[in-house]
Design a protein around this ligand. Structure first.
Ligand SMILES: [Zn+2]
Length: 156
């Protein structure tokens, strides 16, 4: 199953499972952003044998391919038999400006951000994200796609 179908398969869990809301709101917050294939340059996975997985990745910038952003996604499972998946994704962050300006505030308010970004977490963006949707930026979207393709996050 491709990543888009994987995401769509979970739509009935909207508003129940935070990880599904985060990824689904990508289109709401960034309606003009393409789900482009940004390149993940480096990645690091911690805790794959525990109940909490922390994935960090460096994703290239679309406008400036020499530049890149750091994405983080955290997953927490109830027991170690379950796979890590969008259903147990709990926190994200990216150090790009789109994330900072549009998502840092709602994500930190909803405990969906790995760490608060000083100076931004307290400011709501009433223009681009008036409904204060939690969500992911295109780098995080690409990084989650990558984790799915690698089999690090899976169906459950
Ligand atoms: Zn980003």
């Amino acid at each position: 199953m491709n990543f888009k179908d994987y995401v769509n398969k979970h739509l009935d869990l909207l508003n129940e499972v935070k990880g599904i809301d985060l990824i689904n709101n990508f289109k709401k917050v960034f309606p003009f952003s393409k789900e482009s294939n940004l390149t993940v340059k480096h990645f690091n996975i911690k805790g794959e044998d525990t109940d909490t997985l922390e994935a960090t990745g460096t994703v290239s910038s679309e406008s400036d391919p020499g530049n890149s952003y750091v994405c983080m996604a955290k997953f927490h499972r109830e027991n170690n038999e379950l796979p890590f998946s969008l259903q147990n994704m709990c926190k994200v962050s990216c150090n790009c400006n789109a994330y900072r300006y549009n998502l840092s505030h709602p994500n930190s308010k909803n405990s969906s951000q790995v760490e608060p970004i000083p100076g931004y977490a307290s400011i709501a963006n009433t223009v681009r994200n008036p409904d204060k949707n939690v969500g992911v930026c295109k780098h995080l979207y690409a990084f989650l796609h990558f984790l799915y393709e690698k089999g690090i996050i899976r169906n459950n």
